[in-house]
Write a protein that binds this ligand. Structure first.
Ligand code: SF4
Ligand code: SF4
Length: 400
């Protein structure tokens, strides 16, 4: 009976990854993108929750969580990341699948032309998809069609397409073999339970030296020579060996995945993995706590630098100030400002300090006057308060 092929599983995983990468930017939740770093709004959307870039500690937690998750993936799956999930591999495998269809049927010159065309289309699609992670997808094509208004974007798109095309046609897998530092870095994260792919020494004597494993390897290595940093654990050699050995009496392949470097295939939780898992849980807890307890409003106040305090004819004083109000909630809010503090008697706010409408996840700047009656001048420390309804949201100490 034919043994199951790794290639089918790998292609299924890679297909799902491609579909996810292409469709995810279009997914919305409660009107917000599910996952996007929206550059124009300087907002990271995470599961639909907007985190403005000025909520730096939350964005930092997200970045750290991404790094730790990647390290954990490495400690558990080893270079399976390279052979199954890395974008460089996924795109090269996609090129292989696309070009395999016409390679055997058409003249060489036509095949070459179609390869170039395929690489160009894939590169364009990747460049388009990259933009969709940073701006609304519906805006990408219209913006790209207006070169005069979006020069930087169009040039970036063309450069990304060119680089993607050259990568698929010239660099290919030599990047994994010679330039990517991840393989070397991954060896530092090897744990007792890290998933490996190896030639099974215990059945070495059954090898018929057909070299099918070597011929199938996209990295050009011979896995029978033991662990090699170039191996991306793609599993092609497993399939090649299985195809040969399944015709033999006991029908088992000589190459396989195993957890750890020693015999026995059960996953074991090593120290590195445990530490990374713990760090990941801590970061997830911190992130959830941070999101749930974050303030729904941002508030900053400063004097209008270009205008000094003025003495009015009645002897009172007035000075313009600027407030920046951020609405972090998912609905439009009406804010107001008020002055408080022991020295607030005789001090009032003039201008638009009530019914300040701020749209969801937006900021608004308001200019207002602090008016100080003659008898109250100079006032001591004052506090300017931002109110949502009658609930104080934030308080800033000022000295007019
Ligand atoms: S040795 Fe096997 S798993 Fe490693 S890169 Fe070559 S074919 Fe893939
Ligand atoms: S494919 Fe299997 S049997 Fe053939 S050379 Fe490789 S390890 Fe040996």
């Amino acid at each position: 009976m034919p043994l199951p092929r790794i290639t089918h599983k790998r292609q299924l995983v890679q297909g799902l990854l491609i579909v996810t990468a292409l469709l995810m930017p279009f997914v919305t939740i409660t009107g917000n993108p599910f996952l996007r770093m929206d550059i124009a709004r300087m907002t990271l959307f995470l599961a639909g929750i907007p985190l403005r870039i000025d909520q730096f500690y939350l964005v930092l937690l997200v970045v750290l969580l991404g790094v730790v998750t990647f390290l954990l993936l490495t400690a558990v799956l080893g270079r399976v990341w390279c052979g199954w999930l890395c974008p460089q591999t996924v795109l090269n495998d996609l090129m292989d699948v696309v070009t395999r269809g016409f390679k055997s049927k058409l003249p060489v010159s036509v095949v070459r032309l179609l390869e170039h065309l395929s690489a160009l289309i894939i590169a364009k699609l990747v460049a388009f998809n990259m933009f969709c992670w940073f701006m609304p997808p519906g805006q990408v094509v219209p913006d790209l069609l207006h070169f005069s208004e979006h020069r930087f974007m169009v040039v970036t798109f063309l450069l990304m397409t060119l680089f993607g095309y050259l990568n698929l046609m010239l660099i290919k897998r030599s990047f994994c073999r010679g330039y990517c530092p991840y393989g070397r870095f991954q060896t530092a994260l090897m744990d007792v339970g890290t998933l490996n792919l190896s030639f099974l020494e215990e059945t070495r004597e059954r090898c018929v030296r057909c070299n099918a494993c070597v011929r199938s390897c996209p990295m050009g290595i011979d896995i029978r020579n033991g662990f090699q940093v170039e191996c991306i654990c793609c599993g092609r050699c497993i399939d090649a060996c299985r195809a040969v050995m399944e015709k033999k009496p006991d029908g088992l392949g000589l190459i396989g995945y195993r957890f750890g470097m020693v015999r026995g295939t059960r996953f074991r939780l090593g120290n590195i993995t445990a530490i990374l898992l713990f760090a990941m849980l801590l970061l997830i807890t911190g992130l959830i706590w941070g999101v749930l307890t974050r303030t729904q409003s941002a508030f900053a106040v400063q004097r209008v630098a270009t205008a000094d305090q003025r003495r009015l004819p009645d002897g009172s004083f007035a000075q313009p100030w600027r407030a920046i109000i951020g609405n972090r909630s998912q609905a439009t809010q009406m804010y107001s400002l008020r002055i408080t503090g022991d020295s607030a008697g005789g001090v009032e706010l003039l201008g638009q300090v009530h019914d300040i409408e701020v749209a969801a996840n937006q900021h608004r700047e308001v200019i207002f006057m602090i008016h100080i009656a003659k008898k109250a001048h100079p006032p001591g420390k004052l506090q300017l308060q931002l109110l949502l309804g009658d609930r104080p949201q934030a308080t800033v100490a000022i000295s007019p």
